[in-house]
Design a protein around this ligand. Structure first.
Ligand SMILES: [Zn+2]
Length: 396
């Protein structure tokens, strides 16, 4: 069957979409920068309101002044699809990486170019093309763009869980892998703090009375890092990401804190990890003059591909072939809102955004031709679903 015109002509929008991406990325929207997030939300509000029939609203979140953006199109159509994204980035207002730079005709480096303002471009372009296809009226969809994905989506999670109950499946426009692969499964992620309390003392007069919290914590941390090689936790990744403690050089420090990122592959490994963490800290906690507090927890459970998702992916691959793309998918270490949606029972395809690499670093870039290519695939998939050419499995 011939491609609808709006899909075939998408590559003609390449330069316009590149300029839109630069505009979005040059607006700082670090997760911890409320003014930047508010400005970004207003930009997206205007650009997404251009979708025909869109009802756009700023949604207040419990626990923060920052808002999410929700866009609904045809909420009474027989089939409802959820579309997920975020507009925060990992680069705060004082980070040196603030502006886009064109490195070559195909490569744009810049903050959020692929994670995931590039994905939002793919999303918007795909939906605009889909809206001009003949069976679009058969599908309604809800887009939710959150402001806190990079810090674990704590405040957006209730909205995601609520949306999971109302939709048949979800599309998540997080970046594809550098080789173009989509995301098959994701590790579960957690952030933990280990706080060691000791006892302060004069470093010259009464050093024996002191209990050095920094040294004690430093005994424990290598054992925590070694959990990454624990046979009972295959695929576990542990990063001791930050440490602080102490004060003046002439005082035995009574405080030290480490922040740890953990990523688990299998459901249930989160509980095993936490148990191991407590076991490692127990001897120090029991030592005279010391006390250990373990804080934090897992914010996303592992996402394992379901049969529904395998079926969706097969259809996505077939759509890719129409544009000479051989799409594959793979297991990745990073979590996303796809984990939260899957945990809430909503099957989802993830990694549908642009192709790029070096995420979360000042070398982050987007492969520009992938913007229109991935939008074409997504639009064709939606068109085929709307036309009844893709048989959707029943929800488990
Ligand atoms: Zn992301």
């Amino acid at each position: 069957m011939p491609l609808p015109d709006s899909l075939a002509s998408l590559p003609k929008r390449a330069d316009e979409l590149r300029q839109l991406l630069i505009k979005w990325c040059n607006q700082n929207s670090g997760s911890d920068h409320p003014a930047g997030l508010a400005a970004m939300l207003e930009i997206l509000y205007v650009d997404f309101a251009r979708l025909p029939g869109a009802r756009t609203e700023r949604v207040a979140l419990v626990g923060t002044t920052t808002k999410a953006l929700r866009i609904k199109v045809r909420p009474t159509a027989p089939l409802q699809i959820f579309i997920s994204g975020h507009f925060d980035t990992v680069y705060g207002a004082d980070h040196p990486f603030q502006k886009c730079e064109q490195l070559s005709p195909d490569i744009l480096r810049g903050p959020g170019t692929s994670d995931m303002k590039g994905g939002l471009i793919v999303m918007l372009a795909a939906l605009q093309a889909f809206e001009k296809t003949p069976h679009a009226a058969n599908i309604g969809y809800e887009i939710l763009l959150g402001p806190d994905e990079e810090t674990g989506s704590q405040d957006t999670t209730p909205l995601l869980e609520e949306a999971a109950r109302r939709h048949r499946f979800a599309l998540v426009f997080e970046p594809a892998r550098a080789n173009g692969d989509l995301v098959k499964s994701r590790k579960g992620t957690g952030i933990f703090t280990l706080i060691c309390h000791g006892r302060a003392a004069h470093a010259g007069r009464a050093v024996a009375a002191g209990r050095n919290a920094i040294l004690a914590l430093c005994e424990v941390l290598p054992q925590v890092a070694a959990l990454g090689h624990d046979r009972a936790l295959p695929g576990l990744m542990v990063n001791v990401g930050a440490i602080k403690g102490g004060g003046a050089a002439n005082i035995v420090p009574d405080f030290a804190e480490a922040v740890i990122n953990a990523r688990v592959t299998n459901p249930g490994d989160d509980i095993v990890f936490l148990k191991r963490l407590h076991e490692i800290c127990a001897p120090l906690h029991a030592r005279e003059g010391y006390r250990v507090e373990i804080g934090g927890g897992f914010n996303r459970t592992p996402k394992i591909e379901s049969p529904f998702e395998v079926a969706l992916f097969g259809n996505w691959q077939r759509c890719g072939r129409e544009f000479s793309l051989q799409l594959d998918w793979q297991h990745v270490g990073g979590g996303s809102d796809g984990n939260i949606l899957a945990a809430a029972g909503l099957p989802n395809l993830d990694g549908l955004g642009c192709v790029g690499d070096n995420l979360h670093s000042p070398e982050e870039f987007c492969h520009l031709p992938s913007l229109t290519q991935r939008a074409q695939v997504a639009a064709l998939f939606l068109h085929r679903v709307a036309a009844g050419e893709i048989a959707l499995p029943l929800r488990p």
